[in-house]
Write a protein that binds this ligand. Sequence first.
Ligand SMILES: [Zn+2]
Length: 381
Amino acid sequence: MPLADIHHQNHAHRQVQRAISQGRLAHAYIFHGPDGVGKEMFARALAQLLLCDKAVEATLELSTDMKTIQQGCGKCQECVAVTNNTHPDIHSIYRQLIREHPDSALRKRKALELGVDVIRHFIVDKASFTPLRGKIKIFIIREADRITVAAQNALLKTLEEPPGATLIILLATDLSRLLPTTLSRCQVLPFNPLPDEFVRQTLSESQPDLLPERANWYARIAGGSMGIATIACADNHYDINMKLIEQLVSLNAQTSSGISRAWIEESKSMSSLFRQRDPDISDSEATRRGLLLLIKLSATWYSDILHLLANDEAGLINAHQKKLLQKASQRMSCDYAIGAIRRCSLTEYHLQRNANTQLSIETLVNDLARLSTGKQAISAA
Ligand SMILES: [Zn+2]
């Protein structure tokens, strides 16, 4: 994808174009922002521009302050190789590369983190080679916030003084997981969430059969991430959410134990989808990811109730369920809705730190039952 086709990232465009025109491109960048907003596409399009035999000018649509940018021509041998993912001077680095490591013992390891063996073999060693056919070698590190401390330390010297013509781009959602020494050697380029309307339109264009009500919901729930909207749509989160809303509306002291059992079952049935995308995770981790999704959707429901109580209908995610929201909001005060959201985030926090899933969910659902019926939850403090 050429640079001009990457929309709503004007800050990144501006910084990169200015650096290129002044001949001051940094040798290490961190593209920082939510998943699915175009960071990797931007990195590959930038690589195409740097490798292209004859860069061209293009118009950046939707931009109010910048119209003309440089981008790869898309036609030369180099550009075609980049488009086809076959250019030997672009190196994608990701945790699963451990399976291609020359050491057979390392190849058997789980790829839960981006470890030192991948970083040493696939970046540090390769960075010292001259480019195979282009003018520059470009390393694009996915999920850079999952690089271990040892791997970050192994990468420091290469980040500081990359040998020859080398550009290293780290793609990260969470800067707090990178060492200060890593951050100080890279230029951080922020990427923004995409506008809901852009996500909705792009999703509808790629899936013409998708009903408008569903496309609207996916765009709102994705929080500006095209990637999240696409996965949520593929995994049919809309129907999961509808079932969850029915459960939350009928939640009380009598129904809570059945509903917590249903959540565990639902998350187990979702776990195969998580494992298809990330085969290295365990069954229990896949189940945990399913529960985290149900908790996120529940928190969204209570957040909608809060919006309705504050007469802010424009902020509703589940706008298509306004009648049910109104009914639920009659039983809850703002304090109780805030309590429910807090309980959801507290359980999320505990589950991310490997708390017992069954106990956490039973406690959460019990507390939500109390708060939803206008009673103070026992453990909502
Ligand atoms: Zn070209």
